[in-house]
Design a protein around this ligand. Structure first.
Ligand SMILES: Cc1cc2nc3c(=O)[nH]c(=O)nc-3n(C[C@H](O)[C@H](O)[C@H](O)COP(=O)(O)OP(=O)(O)OC[C@H]3O[C@@H](n4cnc5c(N)ncnc54)[C@H](O)[C@@H]3O)c2cc1C
Length: 563
């Protein structure tokens, strides 16, 4: 298929759907829907491939409240999940316009079939993704692809906790931080300079047409918010619309496939996972502060890195639990008893912090006037600490190109809380469905019914119990916590926002999966998904590096099969 001449392709590489001649369909070899981390990585990898690529984006170059409300929907249990128009962005660059930038690859064990975790098998292994991770790391601007202390640092760094040796936990693996890179703004020039890519803004895909035999997609309809519609024709289509919207698009296109695209076996939208995260306990370490390092290291290539306490794969297998990491953390911000001026300053600054970040800093705790006053007192008692912190945040976060990733408080004594991030197991009853309400295009909005299982509670409670035991046995310290409170703490703020996983899972069995190992819908030969929607399991790792690696792998597959 040749590039559409009517668009004077070489001259207008970024257009607005509102400016397109409605009498002519837009056509291309490959049509990518969505310009987030997945869509942009895929398009960049296809740059100058000789294939004409259309990149359709619902939003514009900036945030637009009217466009964002197209993401609204309902939630079954609002204590367990945030509204679906939060924690994702419908605009060029997608959710990378607000992400935190924490990067790490999945672990080998995440891809294994673990008999003790139902539905845990991936049809690919870490080995299949390894060739793409370094390039994904470059696109995320997380520096060198080096995720252990030994590989990332030429000169040895002091240990995280001196003397802590455990058969169950390691402290030598890293998370690395992206700038955090806004994929839209960072790569717009590269997209512009690629002669085969056309980006169409304000192009909301509202309909996906399946051929009469249901085996292929024959076209898409896009619409601007004011109702201007166009037809899109391509040989191959890729949905790169994020974990929630991908399920919505598949489910809502049910003219030919009565249950929705790829949903003959009622799998689309099911197995919805986020991560299980929270803060728990008080860890008293019997070591001077000088023998501990809980903050960031700057790698030899200038990237912020942080060590974690990671549950070893052998222990996961022995204990039959999921993947788990923990970090040494500051006391809960809401409790003024911490008497920390910086934490209290953060508490008071809540109205100025975006919802997605304020929620986990503060939750929905409704504080009394008395509590508020105690926080004011803390700030007044430590004005220099508070001012120093405010300056550090302005200099190293707000105005820095590579932003200081998060709040690190130097404690006055070796006392911390534990901040954990754990794998959520696939659960057939945790799901995205279409709700009753429709958006302005007549497309049904989603309902989110996120659920966790006993297996998830087990992963967190047994990991924490093991860590407490290891701290005690090695005489490193004492972790005080209430084992009865684990389930409450891991759901205190509900599902970990922003990680939308598993709603169009990858697999070999069409009864339990939606796409094959190349991310193509099992029974539709020209429709693919690039998103964490395809992950069959969630790992302990944040998803974006793996989303990008999978998108690069998909681009290579599309290039190889295009001939
Ligand atoms: C506050 C926050 C912090 C985060 N921090 C981290 C982190 O530290 N590390 C990490 O790995 N991940 C993090 N994430 C998650 C990360 O942002 C996502 O994993 C990633 O951005 C997903 O990329 P994506 O391309 O799959 O989806 P998205 O970025 O959501 O992109 C989807 C794109 O599709 C477009 N689109 C949707 N529907 C349509 C339609 N019908 N027609 C046309 N276009 C459409 C959207 O406008 C959007 O541009 C965070 C998320 C949030 C909210």
């Amino acid at each position: 298929m040749s590039i559409d001449k009517n668009l004077t392709w070489q001259r207008i590489l970024i257009i607005d759907a509102g400016d397109v001649d409605v009498t002519q369909p837009l056509s291309a070899d490959i049509c990518i829907v969505g310009s987030g981390a997945a869509g942009i990585s895929l398009a960049l990898k296809l740059a100058d491939s000789g294939l004409a690529v259309l990149l359709l984006e619902a939003g514009g170059l900036k945030a637009e409240p009217e466009t964002q409300t197209l993401y609204s929907g309902s939630v079954t249990n609002t204590l367990l999940h945030s509204p679906p128009d939060t924690y994702r962005q419908r605009r060029f660059g997608g959710t990378t316009t607000i992400w935190g930038g924490r990067c790490m690859p999945f672990d080998e064990i995440d891809f294994e079939k673990r008999e003790y975790i139902p539905h845990s098998d991936w049809p690919i292994s870490l080995e299949d993704l390894e060739p793409y991770y370094p390039e994904a790391n470059r696109l995320c601007e997380a520096g060198e692809y080096a995720y252990t202390m030994d590989s990332a640092f030429n000169t040895p760094r002091p240990p995280m906790i001196e003397g802590f040796e455990s058969e169950n936990f390691s402290t030598h693996t890293l998370e690395r931080f992206s700038c955090p890179t806004d994929f839209g703004m960072r790569y717009i020039h590269k997209l512009r300079s690629a002669r085969n890519i056309q980006l169409v803004l304000h192009a909301n895909v509202i309909n996906i047409q399946a051929g009469a035999n249901g085996k292929n997609i024959t076209g898409l309809t896009i619409s601007t918010r004011d109702g201007k519609r166009h037809q899109i024709l391509a040989r191959t289509y890729v949905l790169a619309t994020g974990g929630l919207e991908t399920a919505r698009l598949l489910l809502s296109n049910n003219d030919v496939h009565k249950n929705g695209l790829g949903n003959d076996h009622d799998v689309v939208g099911r197995y919805y996972m986020c991560h299980i995260a929270g803060t728990i306990g008080t860890l008293h370490i019997n070591r001077p502060l000088t023998s501990l390092w809980h903050g960031y290291d700057i790698s030899d290539d200038g990237v912020y890195c942080r060590r974690r306490i990671a549950l070893r794969p052998g222990t996961q297998r022995n204990q039959q639990i999921g993947n788990f990491v923990a970090r040494l953390h500051h006391p809960r911000i809401t409790l003024p008893e911490h008497k920390n001026a910086i934490l209290s300053l953060l508490y008071l600054a809540k109205p100025f912090i975006p919802y997605e970040y304020a929620k986990r800093l503060h939750g929905d705790d409704r504080a009394s006037f008395g509590t508020w006053l105690k926080h004011v007192r803390n700030v007044c008692a430590g004005p220099f600490d508070a001012a120093g912190f405010a300056w550090h945040m302005l200099r190293d976060r707000k105005f820095a190109d590579r932003k200081f990733p998060s709040i690190i408080i130097k404690p006055k004594a070796p006392i911390f809380s534990l901040d954990f991030h754990a794998e959520q197991q696939p659960n057939i009853n945790s799901r995205i469905t279409l709700g009753e309400e429709k958006d302005i295009f007549g497309v049904a909005r989603i309902n989110v019914d996120w659920r966790y299982t006993h297996g998830d509670v087990d992963t967190v409670s047994r990991s924490i119990a093991l860590l407490a035991e290891d701290m005690k046995n090695t005489k490193i310290g004492r972790l005080e916590y209430n084992p009865e409170s684990v389930e409450y703490e891991m759901t205190r703020y509900g599902a970990y926002g922003g990680h939308h996983i598993g709603t169009a899972r990858m697999g070999t069995d069409r009864h339990t999966s939606v796409v094959n190992s190349h991310c193509r819908l099992h029974d539709i030969e020209n429709l693919y998904v690039a998103s964490s929607a395809v992950f069959p399991t969630s790992s302990q790792a944040n998803p974006t590096l793996t989303i990008v690696a999978l998108s690069l792998r998909l681009a290579e597959h599309l290039k190889n099969t295009a001939a």
